[in-house]
Design a binder for this molecule. Structure first.
Ligand code: COA
Ligand code: ZN
Length: 316
């Protein structure tokens, strides 16, 4: 396989995950999770979102969370915003980076942010201006890049035109989001093969959901295409409240474990990440989809049963 030496992970569990939790996670626990994540060496954390509290009540404490976290040098803290109002709030709250959201599907964009794609792009133009004045980089995420739960197939020409608008308004990174886990690895490779040469200099991120168990295969396909940035969510939390059937993101510790086993560096302390995942399970009060917390790392060994141990021939 053609693998990079290193990839960068952005943890999105406290945003993509906590936004859809049935119970409001108290602010001090959100802060604790962000601080534990940064202490693992996580290079980027999407802490929260600055959206309408009516739309996403679970993240209504975005300002308080940003104000309460310990800022670890080496971690960049961002938040998701759908419009310039969100960008002003995010800048005031001290984010390092602005993450924007628009969908490649008209139906999902209306369900998610109550705007057509064209209306969203107008608001994102204003968002980019707010970010530029504040000196904050913009990374633009595109929901339903590989398929929409309402419309089905999303033509690559439509995706390309949304990317074009986002790059023109100054986004330095583009995040292709598989919001409801519809993408497959061959499709990911095909879409990237189409887009990447058309937008030189853009930093590409793949944002996956493991709804159909294709998240890690999709990440491997993107890595082979030269993508070096991936969103992931602790324990596999996550899901979009405005996309039926959406479930958790690729699980951060499972991904870091997989990358580590292949010799791809992430700079993240896997043991600390596994501990954090256990703590998040305690906080949300249920078992999360992540596998490594249950199975242990691949280096885990078991004692041989009596009667077998004695019969194992010495290595020749
Ligand atoms: N932060 C806080 N409040 C906001 C806001 C923001 N970024 N943007 C708008 N609002 C407020 C407005 O001030 C207005 O408040 P009021 O009722 O007190 O006057 C209210 O929300 C409605 O504003 P409007 O511009 O008409 O928006 P809307 O009702 O059409 O909703 C969004 C549009 C984008 C604000 C809303 O759909 C939203 O926040 N969606 C977020 C979706 C999301 O996070 N999805 C998951 C992640 S992909
Ligand atoms: Zn998502």
């Amino acid at each position: 396989m053609k693998l990079p030496e290193r990839v960068a992970i952005c943890e999105v569990g406290t945003r993509d995950g906590f936004q859809i939790e049935p119970e409001f996670i108290p602010t001090e626990l959100k802060i604790e999770v962000v601080d534990r994540l940064s202490a693992t060496g996580m290079p980027r954390i999407e802490v929260t979102s600055f959206v309408s509290a009516k739309a996403v009540p679970m993240l209504r404490d975005a300002e308080a969370v940003m104000a309460g976290i310990k800022r670890r040098p080496g971690t960049r803290y961002s938040a998701l915003v759908p419009n310039d109002k969100g960008a002003v709030r995010a800048v005031d709250a001290g984010v390092d980076d602005i993450h924007t959201v628009v969908s490649a599907s008209e139906s999902h964009n209306l369900a998610n942010v109550n705007m057509t794609i064209a209306e969203s792009l107008v608001r994102l133009e204003a968002t980019a201006q707010v970010a530029r004045r504040a000196g904050k980089p913009v990374y633009a995420g595109i929901s339903c890049s590989f398929g929409c739960p309402f419309e089905g197939e999303v033509p690559v020409a439509r995706l390309e035109s949304v990317v074009r608008r986002l790059v023109d308004l100054g986004a330095q990174g583009i995040g292709l989001a598989d919001t409801t886990g519809m993408a497959n690895p061959a499709q990911v490779a095909r879409v990237l093969e189409h887009l990447m040469p058309r937008f030189p200099g853009v930093e590409w991120t793949l944002h996956t959901h493991d709804t159909r168990a294709m998240a890690i295969p999709n990440i491997l396909a993107a890595m082979e295409m030269g993508v070096g940035h991936f969103d992931a969510s602790i324990g596999g939390l996550g899901g979009c409240p405005f996309a039926p059937g959406a479930s958790g993101n690729v699980c951060t510790e499972d991904l870091v474990h997989c990358l580590g086993a292949m010799g791809v560096e992430t700079g993240i302390d896997l043991d600390a990440l596994i501990e954090t995942s256990r703590r998040v399970q305690e906080i949300v009060g249920r078992v999360l989809p992540g596998q490594i917390v249950k199975a242990g790392k691949w280096t885990r060994r078991y004692a041989l049963p009596d009667g077998v141990r004695e019969r194992v021939p010495a290595p020749s």
